[in-house]
Design a protein around this ligand. Structure first.
Ligand code: AVJ
Length: 321
């Protein structure tokens, strides 16, 4: 391959080349969310085993006035959401703020242009009075711009998306957020809590195989976007939960000795029979760990809003300086 070709390689191509060259092989769940992947995730949210979405929905539906009461702002503020997806997570909170005549502008920020377009058109119908300024791009660059005026901000990072980060990466990410915020700003973090391990295990190994399809979709995406020849029948999905660390780890398993060609990067990769590709971390925290995470990233946890079963927390944080 010529150097000029490498220079124009997409992020995705580069990621795949690097991830499949390493030992052990890995691919990041960051790339799960192309259009078919986002549809599969929407199906996951409806699964009886996937308690996360319903638990957080319950919190944001039943406690949005309590949440709002703890926000310091009685004048116009920016409500900035990192990675809103299709907006279904935030719908309840937004509609109760709109119904309460609260003065705010909603700034959804997503890396997916499609996600932002869908969310914007959904909210145009369901919440016509919502003042919305949608953004596509890098969270930190855009937060900086969205917060540039004089108004205070509330930043949302919901849905246990933080769970996809290794704890150290989570801390670095949250520290960067705290550095952008001032003392009058607030941060609301959606965290999936440690609970009976059997409940967690089932949520990531559903009986309909949607979670498996969600992971396998990554190989289909590589086939389509990078001209590869993964045989999806020759890979399986597997996940484990370690209740001590709170880590659900997901994998694709090669079911035979096989070679896969990826034309776009002009590489062939060998997979041993039963070799794993690591795909996702979905980390669970205890409330103690949430508070430690807040403190070690420049925040203080003010209040944990929880569902009835204590499965999930939306934790409200204030920056320390
Ligand atoms: C969207 C990252 C919160 O980790 O629970 C669902 C994605 N993976 N089932 C999660 C997911 C498998 C989900 N997050």
């Amino acid at each position: 391959m010529k150097n000029t070709d490498t220079a124009v390689m997409s992020d995705f191509a580069e990621h795949v080349a690097e991830g499949l060259s390493g030992m052990p092989k890995k691919l990041s769940s960051r790339y799960f969310y192309d259009d078919p992947g986002s549809k599969l995730f929407q199906q996951i949210m409806e699964l009886p085993e996937y308690y996360l979405t319903r638990a957080e929905d319950e919190i944001l539906r039943e406690q949005s006035t309590d949440i709002f009461r703890l926000l310091p702002h009685k004048t116009h503020f920016n409500l900035i959401e990192l990675g809103p997806g299709d907006g279904s997570k935030t719908q309840h909170l937004l509609s109760s703020l709109v119904a309460g005549d609260v003065d705010f502008t909603y700034h959804p920020i997503d890396i997916s242009e499609q996600a932002i377009a869908d969310l914007t058109s959904n909210f145009a119908t369901s919440l016509p009075h919502l003042r919305i300024k949608p953004w596509v791009g890098d969270y930190f660059q855009i937060m900086d711009q969205a917060m540039s005026g004089n108004d205070p901000s509330v930043v949302l990072f919901l849905g246990s998306n933080i769970g996809n980060f290794e704890p150290e990466t989570a801390r670095r990410f949250l520290t960067r957020v705290s550095q952008l915020l001032s003392v009058r700003d607030r941060f609301l973090l959606g965290v999936d809590l440690k609970k009976h391990p059997a409940v967690v295990e089932k949520a990531y190994r559903d009986s309909q195989g949607v979670t498996a399809a969600f992971n396998l979709n990554l190989l289909r995406r590589i086939n389509e976007e990078l001209e590869a020849d993964f045989d999806l029948n020759m890979f399986d999905f597997y996940s484990t939960y370690d209740p001590v660390s709170g880590s659900v780890r997901s994998y694709l398993v090669s079911l035979q000795n096989q070679d896969v060609r990826i034309n776009a990067i002009q590489r062939t990769f060998h997979f041993e029979k039963f070799e794993l590709i690591s795909t996702e971390l979905s980390r669970k925290y205890s409330l103690r760990e949430v508070e430690d995470l807040a403190r070690s990233s420049g925040f203080e946890a003010i209040h944990h809003f929880m569902d009835e079963q204590g499965f999930f927390a939306d934790s409200l944080w204030r920056p320390l300086s």
